[in-house]
Structures are given as structure tokens and as C-alpha cells.
Design a protein around this ligand. Structure first.
Ligand code: E4P
Length: 231
């Protein structure tokens, strides 16, 4: 499973990337607006940090002509950019054209399996079902993900499923079990993936015991290497 960070915050992206397990970044107009910097400049800085990873940047127009104009421009900014377009009729029309031009499109704001089926037919590179936002309205985001995975598998569609709007580690694990190609998550959720109280408690115990041993034996590493200099 690929991990994307769902943030436009450079510090969060730097920290995440430093762990070596981040494959890309998703942004949206809300996340970009929070950073208060020119769009292109900010996206290019993200590309610079993520290096070989994919960076998703979204159009803001809602009519085909302007979606096409924005998407074509965004796609020239950097080879690792995937253009995000919402799953509205004008967006699907633009997608059908852009996919034939070889521009990679992430169809966003997907909330139903018919939407996912249509955009796979139109050549989407990624489709982003928003699990958390469905859960918010008492619908089941994971059921949607299951349906999309089944449909794509049945027909062998190459569109990659990008599980989005993930709110907690259980979303990530459920998406991974279903074989979602990618999960995009806020930095906070990414951090939570590492957290376990037994890890913290266990480490605390190891450190205390090590300290106690050092009081009587001195530096255990040095003693061991002095005895076995070849180690
Ligand atoms: C994905 O590309 C979206 O930016 C994102 O996952 C939306 O998540 P939210 O529902 O937490 O805003």
C-alpha cells in the first residue's frame, strides 16, 4: 500500500518524508489556502521535498473549458504532478480529453460506486473515495471502498484506488486489507500509525533496566566490545 500525506504543510511533509515511507502528497484548495502562498510556488516546493513521489494538485474551475485550461497548466509544472478534478459532469468531460492526452488525473470527491465506475471508463489515473466524509453523514465509507475494489477487479480497470478522507488508523488498516492501492491521511493519522501504549511502556522498562545495569557494570556496550574487539 502506498502512503500519501493529505496536507500542504511543508513541515509536516518534511517530517513524514524523513521516515522514508511516504510515497506522495495530496492537496486540495482548502489545504493550499491554509498555507497562504502562491499555488504554483508552493506545489513546486512540495515536489522538491517529496522528490520521486507523486504530488496531487487540484483545479478550482467547474466548467470543462476552464478545468482543461487549469489542468493542462498544472500538469506542466512538474513531471510528478497528478491533477485533481472533481467528479462532476464537466469534470468527467475534461477527464475523457485529458486522459487521451496522457495527463494523469485523480478524480476527487467520489462518494458513490457509479461515480467510480464512470471515471474508470473515462481513464482516471486515481479515484479518491472520501471515506471519512461518508461516515460523517452516517453512511459507510468502507462499504463504498469495498464496492469500488470489487468493480475494478471484475473488469481489470487500471485506475488506482486512493482511499481518502481517512480519519484514524482503523480506516487505514481496513483500506489496506481491501487492497486499496493508496491511502492518503493527515499527518496526525500518519503519526498515530506508529503509536502503541505497550511500545511506550516496554521501551520505558528497557531504558530503566539499562540504566540500572550501567550503574553496576559501567557502559555495557564498551565492556562487550573491549572483550570482543572484532565485533
Ligand atoms: C483527498 O485528496 C482529500 O484532500 C482529503 O482526503 C479530504 O479529507 P477530509 O475529509 O479530511 O477533508
Amino acid at each position: 500500500m502506498k502512503f500519501f500525506l493529505d496536507t500542504a504543510n511543508l513541515e509536516e511533509i518534511r517530517q513524514g518524508v524523513s521516515l522514508g515511507v511516504i510515497d506522495g502528497v495530496t492537496t486540495n484548495p482548502t489545504l493550499i489556502a491554509k498555507e497562504k502562498r502562491p499555488f504554483r510556488e508552493h506545489i513546486l516546493e512540495i515536489c522538491n521535498i517529496v522528490r520521486d513521489g507523486v504530488v496531487n494538485a487540484e483545479v478550482v474551475s467547474t466548467d470543462t473549458e476552464n478545468i482543461l485550461r487549469e489542468a493542462r497548466e498544472i500538469a506542466t509544472w512538474h513531471p510528478n504532478i497528478v491533477v485533481k478534478i472533481p467528479v462532476i459532469p464537466d469534470g468527467v468531460r475534461a477527464l475523457s480529453i485529458l486522459s487521451k492526452e496522457g495527463i494523469r488525473v485523480n478524480i476527487t470527491l467520489c462518494f458513490s460506486s457509479p461515480q467510480a465506475l464512470i471515471v474508470a471508463k473515462a481513464g482516471a489515473y486515481f479515484v479518491s473515495p472520501f471515506l471519512g466524509r461518508l461516515d460523517d453523514i452516517s453512511s459507510d465509507g468502507l462499504t463504498l471502498l469495498r464496492e469500488i475494489m470489487d468493480i475494478y477487479k471484475a473488469y481489470g480497470y487500471p485506475t488506482q484506488v486512493l482511499a481518502a478522507s481517512l480519519r484514524h488508523p482503523l480506516h487505514v488498516i481496513a483500506a489496506a486489507r481491501m487492497g486499496a492501492h493508496i491511502g492518503t491521511m493527515p499527518f496526525k493519522v500518519f503519526e498515530q500509525l506508529f503509536k502503541h501504549p505497550l511500545t511506550d511502556r516496554g521501551l520505558e522498562g528497557f531504558q530503566k533496566d539499562w540504566e540500572k545495569a550501567r550503574e553496576t557494570l559501567g557502559d555495557i556496550f564498551e565492556t562487550a566490545s573491549a572483550r570482543n574487539p572484532k565485533r
